[in-house]
Design a protein around this ligand. Sequence first.
Ligand code: ZN
Length: 244
Amino acid sequence: MASPIRVTVWHEYRHEKKNPKVAEVYPKGMHEAIASHLRTCSDMQVATATLDEPEHGLTEQRLAATDVLTWWGHTAHKEVADEIVERVQKRVLEGMGLIVLHSGHFSKIFRKLMGTTCNLKWREAGDQAVYWITRPGHPIVEGIDDHFVLEHEEMYGEFFDIPEPMETVLISSFTGGEVFRSGVTYTRGAGRIFYFQPGHETYPSYYDKNVLKVIENGIRWAAPGKGGVPISYGNREHGWLDKA
Ligand code: ZN
């Protein structure tokens, strides 16, 4: 059997400690809802890391042993140390996959990798959200019908200030009529990045089978090839082919 994809589920883990409404929905934290689903995937080896751990749980060793990192943050983006953000960016450029979830759009790491404000419109009013597949057959939406519905999600609306995506895999519409590019892909260096919109902390989106399936698929899509990605730079002597 091929060696498993080493996944680290990173979570801010603050709302659950401060807001009883969130703790009721996610008693073990949002990261555990995601991780416990991923642990059912036989091709994945799953760890979690949170903001308040030393080095936010993202030590050199942990990142070196991570093929794909998932990221959820909201209220404490500023508390993520720049040194750790640079460490994560370096690993993405080397080939580590990154799945950015929901309010992670404003995380330091996503903004750094995108180079834009990543700003958007929002409304926390329990809108119904319909997610439409715009890339049928894409591995990220394998096993998903042509759309799925979340009865309640935070509205995120365009304009979403991101660079033109490599692929727009999902778009969503909300009760108010707004639309949003809800599933978008990029590469940066040798790393693959997938941003996925659902996951407001007061709604049970990370128990939804379609949401979990897309995250699971996104991890497989973003995982680097075995043995990492060979990259070489620098001066190259002319005529090297003749000597080969
Ligand atoms: Zn939210």
